[in-house]
Design a protein around this ligand. Structure first.
Ligand code: SAM
Length: 210
């Protein structure tokens, strides 16, 4: 059991070590860092009631559960194999009659799934993901997915520990080519109770090409 104390009480995540063919059964190191970053800056960033959030590669769902607890409207996504564990954690931490959280299957680059999400939500205020940069081949589908689901007003946060240096390097090269500005958020801005020098946090802004 992974637990995190937040301003909305404790979140308890049941990990699934038996999950095959996916890394989504574990809470990865950048997930609490990004969750606590949102907690720390939620007022300044005006995150709260009715903020429309999209989480990519949510795994066990820690961050999305927190965002729903503070009143956001959350679309929480991952690949199909991960969804039962994700649902279980949502159900054990949230009263669905009090929050707005939808679980959706989304494999990056899957046009049909992306279109399904666009049909329900035209644009998101925040798109984020933790530990989702780990494989060179996944970088372009990930950035294309973000591109289709964001606008120039969307705040985009990607947080990860470097697991594959090639994927990290390629991500930083490809972000501007997908027409985003990128800035690293220094550790001094992370939550003091939950910072980790191995974890990098980036904010991306879509460049207005018109
Ligand atoms: C390292 S885990 C991180 C999970 C969670 N965000 C965390 O930080 O604890 C990577 C996540 O990305 C998801 N993922 C991997 N490849 C994906 C793809 N092509 N499309 C969508 N999700 C993917 C996995 O299912 C997994 O949940």
């Amino acid at each position: 059991m992974f637990t995190l104390e937040t301003c909305e009480g404790e979140i308890r995540i049941q990990e699934n070590s038996k999950m095959l063919y996916s890394s989504g059964g574990t809470v990865w190191s950048s997930s609490p860092v990004l969750c606590k970053y949102f907690e720390k800056h939620r007022r300044k960033m005006k995150i709260g009631k009715n903020t429309k959030c999209l989480e990519l590669g949510a795994g066990c769902g820690l961050i999305g559960i927190f965002m729903a607890k503070i009143g956001c409207r959350v679309v929480i996504t991952d690949q199909e194999v991960v969804l039962p564990t994700l649902e279980k954690n949502i159900n054990s931490n949230l009263d669905k009659s009090e929050v707005d959280i939808q679980v959706r299957e989304l494999s990056w680059g899957n046009e049909e799934q992306i279109t399904g999400i666009i049909k329900k939500e035209t644009s998101f205020d925040i798109i984020y993901g933790s530990d989702i940069v780990f494989n060179v081949n996944m970088v372009d589908p990930l950035l294309e997915t973000i591109n289709k689901l964001s606008s120039t007003r969307t705040l985009i946060f990607i947080c990860y520990e470097i697991r594959d240096p090639d994927a990290h390097k390629y991500f930083l090269e490809r972000v501007p080519e997908h027409h985003y500005d990128i800035k690293e958020i220094p550790m001094s801005k992370h939550h003091q109770d939950c910072s980790d020098e191995r974890v990098l946090l980036y904010q991306l802004n879509k460049i207005d090409l018109e």
